[in-house]
Ligand binder design. Structure first.
Ligand code: C5P
Ligand code: MG
Length: 168
């Protein structure tokens, strides 16, 4: 996304998107590709061993040691599996807060050919976020690691806040 590429340009972090890695994996014809495709279409969270392995491989391949991991962890299983498998915990967690009607409008307006940008899956994704992802935000909040960003502003204004959170 735009926020990530700005952080990459300005601070030299390596951007890894869990969703992008899963979408590439699903098209690779691998053995769990069909399972991943089905889960994405239904807005469900893919089992952590798949996602963590993809992230770990991408981190190793980059040869770098500073990462912006986008769209991860999405549930407590994601979080625990990543910390266990890599031994890495985040320094800071960016939480983009945005009303569901605004997100819905943005998702339906973008034309990226995704199987999950339809109204039915969007509703499921919102529910999964509330039920499974919010507890992860609360966990990191208890560690004072969350920077809450107003995601309803324009992309340039959002980046001002992202940048401030990053340099703090
Ligand atoms: O983050 P993004 O919107 O690209 O995620 C799209 C979908 O990919 C999610 O709804 C979910 O099905 C899957 N996903 C996942 N685990 C993650 C990130 C994404 O299963 N950590
Ligand atoms: Mg994404």
């Amino acid at each position: 996304c735009m926020q990530s590429s700005k952080l990459v340009d300005e601070f030299g972090v390596v951007h890894l998107s869990a969703g992008d890695l899963l979408r590439a994996h699903m098209k690779s014809g691998s053995k769990d590709g069909n399972m991943v495709a089905e889960m994405i279409k239904n807005g469900q969270i893919v089992p952590s061993h798949v996602t963590v392995s993809l992230l770990e491989a991408a981190m190793q391949k980059s040869g770098k040691d500073k990462f912006l991991i986008d769209g991860f962890p999405r549930n407590d299983e994601n979080r625990a599996a990543f910390e266990k498998q890599t031994g890495i915990a985040p320094v800071c967690v960016l939480f983009f807060d945005c009303a569901e009607d605004v997100m819905q409008e943005r998702l339906l307006a973008r034309q990226e050919g995704r199987t999950d940008d339809n109204i039915e899956t969007i509703k499921k994704r919102f529910k999964v976020f509330k039920d499974q992802s919010m507890p992860v935000i609360e966990y990191y909040e208890s560690q004072n690691k969350v920077a809450k960003i107003d995601g309803e502003k324009s992309p340039d204004d959002v980046y001002i806040d992202v940048r401030n959170a990053y340099i703090k």
